[in-house]
Ligand binder design. Structure first.
Ligand code: NAD
Length: 259
């Protein structure tokens, strides 16, 4: 199998740094580009042992790569999808905080190129989604709440992973996102039947913790996933890039890759 040519958007960020290491250590990948909105200087290139002739602009990265991996900001998607479609480059997107307009754009772009989106790129978390579905199926009369904890720099809340957990559960129970409650402040109401409440905690340097709580009348079950470092996300995203390179145009999720 020839190596998949990969470029990393947001290379200077927390995830960008981890993606560079994961891409360099993956034997199926040829890291051909790293770019960011900020300039990438030679110190950065030598610190991460990146080949000196690597591409450091967005335009050239999209022209040359088979797949661009994006962990940046929702705003960047408008440019990235345009470049991906015009160069027929695949996109692996891990950026969270996307809204309906972003998803419409991704689905529309996936008619002309390959797009992979996962709000969490860890195999462990994607298995956690499945386990939570099974628990929800068995614990029908239990009240379900989702909590998540992340480092002090995280911008979106609740996390994309918490929302995805909720989506998996409502899908399993035949409910909808209208059952989500993101804010109980000044809602002078008791908990509604079938409501799923979300709570977010921010602080320190925690890469990500998620808990689904099932409260029954006289017992509770808590399922928790803890990420100890970002390597679980970057390794998963680089694996997704290798997998996506072999697919037809379309819009793919982590479930498509592991099923
Ligand atoms: P960060 O702020 O450390 O890094 C983001 C980087 O993107 C910065 O260097 C910034 O300059 C760059 N950037 C912003 N706009 C850009 C653009 N238009 N073009 C090129 N570069 C641009 O953030 P982070 O902690 O690395 O997280 C990035 C995103 O990834 C967030 O949305 C976060 O929630 C998400 N995330 C997803 C997963 C997952 O598994 N899917 C895991 C961790 C983080």
């Amino acid at each position: 199998m020839s190596k998949v040519k990969v470029a990393i958007a947001g290379a200077l960020g927390r995830m960008g740094n981890n993606l560079i290491s994961s891409a360099i250590s993956n034997t199926n990948v040829d890291l051909i580009g790293v770019f960011d909105v900020k300039d990438i200087d030679t110190n950065f290139i030598s610190k991460y042992q990146i080949p000196e002739n690597i591409i450091t602009t967005r335009e050239e990265s999209f022209k040359t790569a088979d797949i661009v991996i994006d962990f940046t900001s929702p705003k960047a998607l408008f440019n990235f999808t345009e470049s991906a479609v015009s160069n027929n480059t695949g996109l692996v997107i891990g950026t969270t905080g996307l809204d309906e307009s972003h998803f419409n754009l991704l689905k529309q772009s996936s008619n002309s190129t390959k797009i992979f989106y996962a709000p969490n790129m860890s195999y462990g978390v994607n298995t956690f989604f499945e386990i939570s579905r099974i628990a929800a199926k068995h614990l029908k009369d239990f009240d379900i709440e989702i909590t998540e904890t992340h480092h002090r720099h995280k911008k979106d809340a609740p996390s994309g992973t918490a929302i995805k957990l909720g989506e998996e559960i409502v899908d399993e129970l035949g409910l909808s996102k209208s059952n989500f409650n993101f804010n109980r402040q000044s809602q002078d109401n008791q908990r509604k039947e079938n409501e799923i409440g979300f709570s977010s905690i921010r602080g320190g340097n925690i890469p990500g913790e998620h808990t689904v709580i099932f409260h029954g009348d006289n017992e509770s079950i808590e399922l928790t996933h803890k990420a100890f470092n970002r390597k679980i996300f970057s390794d998963g995203a680089v694996e997704a890039a290798v997998w996506l390179a072999a697919q037809e145009n379309g819009f793919y999720s982590f479930k498509d890759m592991i099923s």
